[in-house]
Ligand binder design. Structure first.
Ligand code: ATP
Ligand code: MG
Length: 305
C-alpha cells in the first residue's frame, strides 16, 4: 500500500532520515519505535506530504506521494504529535472545520461527527470549548479529527503522550477496532509496551535509520538469547549447575545465577531437572527478552535516552 524507497531528509547539516526503505501492506498496524529525535515525526510528515524528501521516493498504492497529490492525501489521515485543535471552539465546531476541509458537509458531516464523538466518549461535552478539556480528552478529539474523511491509512504520531492509563486504553481499543475493520495504521511511539500490544509489525528507528523490522517474535529472535532464567545461588540449587553444562551459558553474580539457554534448548528440559531435584518453581524467574533489550542491543542506547 505504502512504499518508501531510500528516503532521506535533511534539515541543514542534520540528517533526520537516512535512506529509509519500508513497505506497509494494507491492513497492517505498523509500529515505529524509537527515542526522541529518532526521525519518527519526520517520516510521518513526509508520508503526509507536509514535507518533501531530499532523496528517495514515496508511493501510495503505486502513486507518487508528493505535496501536490491531493488525491493521495485524501486517503491519509494524520494525528499530529502536538494537539492541533482550536482551543476556543467546541469539539463540534472543531470537527465541522476539519470535516469541511475534506469537502464533507450537510447530513454526512453531521452523522460522522456524531459517530466520532460517540466513539471517543465526548458526546456529552461536545459543546464546550476544547480548552476546558483534559489532556486525554483533547488527544481523543485530535484523533477523530483525522478520521472524519475515512482515510485508508492513518498516521498516529505518539497519540498517547501525557494521557492517563484509562484514556490511553480507550484510544488503544478504538484504534484496534478501526484496524479490525480494515484501516491501515502507522503508529509511532517510544513506549515499547504500546508497540508490543498494538502492532503486528514493528520498525526500530534511531538517528534516522531503520535498525530492524519485523513482527515482535521476529525481532526478539535477533537477540542472542531467547529466555533468561534467574535463580538464587544456594546449596539447594548447586546440583542443578552440572545438569545445565553445555545447554547454554551460566553467569553468576550477587548470589544470583543467570542461565541463558542455547537456541533450541527446551525449557521443559530445564524444568524436568528442577523437578527431579525437588526445587520449587518459585525459585526460578524466566524473563522473556523485550523490545527495550533489543533496542539496547542494536543501538547501544535506551529508548528513554
Ligand atoms: N523543522 C526542523 N528543523 C530542524 N531540525 C529538525 C526539524 N524537525 C526535526 N528536526 C530534527 O530532526 C531530528 C528528527 O526529529 P523528529 O522530530 O523527526 O524525531 P522524533 O522521532 O519524532 O522525536 P520525538 O520522539 O522527540 O518526537 C531531530 O534531531 C530534530 O532535532
Ligand atoms: Mg516526534
Amino acid at each position: 500500500m505504502l512504499s518508501l524507497q531510500a528516503v532521506t531528509k535533511r534539515y541543514g547539516s542534520l540528517t533526520a532520515l537516512d535512506g529509509v526503505s519500508l513497505d506497509i501492506a494494507r491492513g497492517e498496524f505498523f509500529g515505529l519505535l524509537g527515542p526522541n529525535g529518532a526521525g519518527k515525526s519526520t517520516l510521518m510528515s513526509l508520508v503526509a506530504g507536509l514535507r518533501a524528501p531530499d532523496a528517495g521516493t514515496l508511493t501510495l498504492d503505486g502513486q507518487p506521494l508528493s505535496a501536490a497529490s491531493a488525491q493521495a492525501r485524501l486517503g491519509l489521515g494524520l494525528v499530529p504529535q502536538h494537539v492541533a485543535l482550536y482551543p476556543e471552539l467546541s469539539a463540534d465546531q472543531n470537527l465541522r472545520i476539519f470535516g469541511s476541509l475534506y469537502g464533507l458537509r450537510g447530513t454526512v458531516l453531521r452523522e460522522r461527527i456524531d459517530a466520532a464523538l460517540t466513539a471517543v466518549q465526548l458526546n456529552d461535552r461536545r459543546r464546550e470549548p476544547v480548552k476546558n478539556y483534559s489532556g486525554g480528552m483533547q488527544r481523543r478529539l485530535n484523533l477523530v479529527a483525522a478520521l472524519l474523511h475515512r482515510p485508508k491509512l492513518l498516521l498516529c504520531d505518539e497519540p498517547t503522550v501525557g494521557v492517563d492509563p484509562q484514556s490511553r486504553n480507550a484510544i488503544f481499543e478504538y484504534l484496534e477496532s478501526l484496524n479490525r475493520e480494515g484501516l491501515t495504521i502507522i503508529y509511532s511511539t517510544h513506549y515499547m509496551e504500546e508497540a508490543t500490544r498494538l502492532c503486528s509489525r514493528i520498525g526500530i528507528i534511531d538517528h534516522g535509520r531503520l535498525h530492524a523490522l519485523g513482527t515482535l517474535d521476529e525481532l526478539l529472535l535477533q537477540l542472542p538469547f531467547e529466555d533468561e532464567i534467574t535463580f538464587p545461588e544456594t546449596a539447594a540449587t548447586a546440583p542443578l549447575l552440572p545438569l545445565l553444562a553445555g545447554s547454554g551459558t551460566l553467569a553468576t553474580s550477587e548470589q544470583t545465577h543467570r542461565f541463558r539457554p542455547a537456541t533450541g534448548y527446551r525449557l521443559s528440559d530445564f524444568f524436568a531437572h528442577t523437578e527431579k531435584l525437588g526445587l520449587p518453581p518459585r525459585l526460578f524467574t524466566s524473563q522473556r527478552p523485550t523490545l527495550e533489550a533489543l533496542f539496547l542491543h542494536l543501538t547501544g542506547r535506551t529508548l528513554r535516552e
